[in-house]
Design a protein around this ligand. Structure first.
Ligand SMILES: [Ca+2]
Length: 208
């Protein structure tokens, strides 16, 4: 009888120590992997443009349109890694815009969404024109059409040309579970020659 009781008590202690160990390991894994399954949130693919597509001047995960918005691996400075997205304003032949976009799935309706990217703008001489503006947009699809959820237009005329990276961003509240983040650049519409590059790096999506 005494033996049976001490056996039951031993089993009880063993179980509680096993449970403690499991709890400890779970906590450790949670810390190591930032509880990613708890906070599972969509992230942008290839936000630093490091992974080249085919051709290699495209960036994996990003669809581009228009002229001269290329993934560049020999432009300096980069903000992180080896690659940036570069807009060749001096080579733009028309007034059409250029840009890239990416679809994001798994957003919750009502969630606040922030799309940001770092930008660096070249200075130009007096008889040359910088690109007109950069626009960040959050879009959603409705009946097969793209609609704007939010947009931020940044005029480049007075933007700092201090060879520093500056974050620009757009925020909105999701009305659908699928969004499109869009980076669009509009060239100068002036008569004087287009000049100056615009560089982009480290696109990021934040949700809360
Ligand atoms: Ca990069």
């Amino acid at each position: 009888m005494i033996m049976a009781q001490s056996f039951i008590s031993w089993v009880g202690k063993w179980r509680s120590s096993v449970l403690k160990t499991i709890a400890l390991y779970t906590a450790a894994i949670c810390v190591a992997f930032s509880c990613s399954w708890v906070q599972a949130a969509p992230e942008l693919i290839n936000g630093s443009f490091e992974e080249g597509g085919t051709p290699s001047d495209t960036a994996v995960g990003w669809t581009r349109w228009g002229e001269w918005i290329n993934r560049e691996t020999d432009w300096k400075p980069v903000r992180t890694g080896q690659a940036v997205l570069g807009y060749h304003h001096w080579q733009i032949p028309s007034e059409a815009d250029s840009g890239v976009w990416q679809e994001v799935k798994g957003v919750k309706v009502g969630q606040k969404v922030k799309f940001s990217i770092f930008m660096m703008v070249d200075s130009v001489s007096g008889n040359q024109a910088r690109a007109e503006y950069v626009e960040l947009r959050l879009e959603y699809s409705k009946n097969g059409w793209q609609e704007n959820l939010a947009q931020k237009r940044v005029l480049l005329k007075d933007f700092p040309t201090d060879e520093a990276w500056h974050a620009i961003e757009v925020e909105g509240v999701a009305s659908t579970e699928k969004l499109r983040v869009v980076l669009s650049i509009t060239p100068s519409l002036d008569e004087i020659p287009r000049a100056g590059a615009v560089k982009f790096d480290d696109a990021k999506l934040e949700l809360n």
